[in-house]
Write a protein of this length. Structure first.
Length: 168
C-alpha cells in the first residue's frame, strides 16, 4: 500500500512539473512517449518525400524588423499611419526578449508601458497574428497616438522564441 501511495505521489509531482516548466515538460513527454507499433518494411506504405528546403539561419535583427513591418501592415490595413523605427525602443525590446529567454518565461517588463510580448511563435507573421487576435495586444498595435516602434526577439536554449515590441 505504501509503494502505491509513493508511486501516485511521484506521478503527481512529475505531472505538476511538466505542467509548470516548459523544458521539463519536453523531457517528460519524450520520456513517456507511447511505444511505436512495429510494422515490417514490406507492408509499410512508401511515399516519396521532396528534399527539405534548407533552413535559413536565425538572425535577430531581420526577425525584429520583420515584426515591425508586419505591425505596420496591420496598422495600414486598419487606416492608421505606419510607425517609424526607433533604435532605443528596439534595444529595450531586444534586451527584454533576452531576459525572457533566460528566464524561460513570457511576461511584461517591470514598469513597462506600451509593450507587447509573446513566446513560442516561430515566425514574425505568426506572432503578429496572435497579438492581433488578443484584445489588449491589438489595442496597443492599433493605438493611433503611437508614432514609433522597436521590436526584439531572442531564442532560449530549446529553440523557443521570445518576442517583444515597444511603442512610443
Amino acid at each position: 500500500m505504501k509503494a502505491r501511495r509513493f508511486l501516485i505521489c511521484v506521478v503527481a509531482a512529475l505531472a505538476f512539473v511538466a505542467a509548470t516548466q516548459p523544458a521539463e515538460a519536453q523531457f517528460f513527454r519524450r520520456l513517456w512517449r507511447p511505444a511505436r507499433v512495429w510494422t515490417p518494411r514490406s507492408f509499410a506504405p512508401q511515399y516519396w518525400a521532396p528534399p527539405s528546403a534548407p533552413s535559413r539561419p536565425f538572425d535577430e535583427a531581420t526577425e525584429a524588423r520583420a515584426v515591425e513591418a508586419e505591425i505596420n501592415a496591420v496598422r495600414e490595413r486598419n487606416g492608421l499611419r505606419p510607425l517609424v523605427f526607433d533604435a532605443e525602443l528596439a534595444a529595450g525590446s531586444r534586451s527584454w526578449s533576452a531576459v525572457m529567454a533566460r528566464l524561460v518565461q513570457c511576461k511584461h517588463g517591470p514598469g513597462a508601458t506600451s509593450e507587447i510580448c509573446a513566446a513560442g511563435q516561430r515566425t514574425p507573421g505568426e506572432t503578429v497574428v496572435d497579438w492581433f487576435n488578443s484584445d489588449g495586444h491589438r489595442a496597443e498595435m492599433l493605438n493611433p497616438y503611437y508614432a514609433r516602434v522597436g521590436a526584439g526577439v531572442a531564442v532560449d536554449r530549446w529553440g523557443r522564441r521570445y518576442w517583444t515590441a515597444r511603442f512610443r
